[in-house]
Design a protein around this ligand. Structure first.
Ligand SMILES: [Zn+2]
Length: 396
């Protein structure tokens, strides 16, 4: 037969049925309460005739096939007992219904909303919203708040088959265009799942009968899987509870580090970030002042009729020294700064009469390392000698 009885009777966990086909480990029954993978909901797990069920799937003609973990010791015509794994199915029902509640929350805060699909895994659920609204942190918080509020409000969940034409006329019904267009072409009715006063969706999955059964819902984050799509991921059940504890632990840690409490956390963090930015800017000013004065104190040497200023600096990186050297050429034809660090570097700024690139090439030729540049500016790094040795060479 086709069509699982699971969506209509999602609370049934054990049933008897007659075997109509056995093909190796693949078994077909005259009726089944196992849910086959589809529409974003994973296949049920469980046991059939004493053998573990590994997968449940729909064939192209709708026939539901149970793939077993071992060869069955029953055959066509036998009556067998099927047991649907309660934990996993209950999780799927709660997670699946939560996705409808989340979409209903989206209806209340997003513009131009369309349904972009959803998917349940053992740890989390994702819902794709088609919307022009930018889903920022505030929107995520509001989504989570509205979802948990709808759970607390204990809204009834119901399902019914209605004619496709009627469903199409009811603007409030959300359709998963990607997965359902094909189905509509062959079927005259569509199954509509309603959450009282909150959400209406064409859906063939398994759901709880009241939103309060969902329990707590924790939004995990958002991403953009494609143009105009916003993906929101959330958790229910054990993973939601663990996630909430983890977030709370981080928040307490942050508050403790900042010497405040959770209520004051945002303000404290903003104050610290602003103070840090100001200090970094002051430090940068001070460092460049120190660097300028170091370069001004460089020893002057005459080489090939040109005035060179040569010296060593420490505590600065090559880019900082390079910027300062370009400005420090006043009164000198060439400025050469050797940076003291684990791997010494050399920076050369020149008026052009002695090409900066040639000077760097000469130094790296003598001491190793690499680098390069043009006539007015060049730098090299990874020199294989300490700075004073490089300086002594340059002063010669
Ligand atoms: Zn559904």
């Amino acid at each position: 037969m086709s069509d699982s009885l699971a969506p209509e009777s999602p609370t049934v966990r054990a049933f008897d049925a007659t075997v109509t086909r056995v093909d190796g480990r693949s078994v077909v029954l005259d009726e089944t309460y196992f849910y086959p993978e589809g529409g974003g909901q994973p296949a049920d797990r469980g046991v059939l005739g004493g053998v573990a069920v590994e997968h449940v799937r729909s064939e192209a003609d709708g026939t539901i096939v149970h793939d077993l973990a071992a060869d069955p010791d029953f055959g066509v015509g036998d009556e067998v007992t099927g047991v649907v794994d309660d934990d996993f199915r209950t999780y799927c029902m709660r997670a699946h219904t939560a996705s409808h509640v989340l979409y209903g929350a989206g209806r209340r805060i997003f513009d131009d909303l369309g349904y972009g699909g959803f998917d349940i895994s053992a740890e989390k659920v994702r819902v794709d919203f088609e919307t022009s609204t930018e889903v920022d942190d505030d929107a995520l918080v509001e989504l989570e708040r509205l979802v948990n509020r709808a759970v607390w409000d204990s809204r009834e969940v119901s399902w019914e088959e209605i004619p496709v034409s009627e469903a199409r006329e009811r603007e409030e019904i959300a359709f998963n265009v990607k997965t359902e267009e094909g189905v509509f072409a062959e079927s005259e009715t569509v199954r509509v799942v309603s959450i009282d006063g909150w959400d209406w969706a064409a859906c063939g999955g398994t759901h709880v009968s009241n939103t309060v059964e969902i329990g707590s819902v924790e939004v995990l984050g958002r991403s953009n899987p494609g143009e105009g799509l916003t993906r929101v991921e959330f958790a229910v059940g054990a993973s939601a509870i663990d996630r909430r504890a983890a977030v709370r632990t981080s928040a307490y840690e942050a508050a403790r580090a900042l010497g405040t409490n959770l209520d004051g956390l945002g303000e404290s963090a903003a104050t610290v970030a602003a103070a840090r930015e100001e200090l970094e800017s002051e430090l940068a000013d001070l460092k460049s002042e120190v660097l300028r004065s170091r370069l001004a104190d460089f020893e002057t040497v005459e080489r090939d009729g040109l005035t060179w200023r040569v010296g060593a600096v420490s505590g600065f990186d090559a880019n900082e020294v390079g910027d300062a050297a370009k400005e420090a050429r006043d009164g000198a034809d060439v400025v050469v700064a050797v940076g003291e660090s684990d791997t010494p570097f050399v920076v050369v700024a020149s008026a052009g009469d002695a090409a900066a690139g040639d000077v760097v090439a000469e130094v790296t030729g003598e001491f190793g390392g690499g680098g390069g540049g043009g006539p007015t500016f060049a730098q090299g790094g990874g020199l294989g000698a300490p700075a004073d040795e490089v300086l002594a060479y340059l002063r010669d």
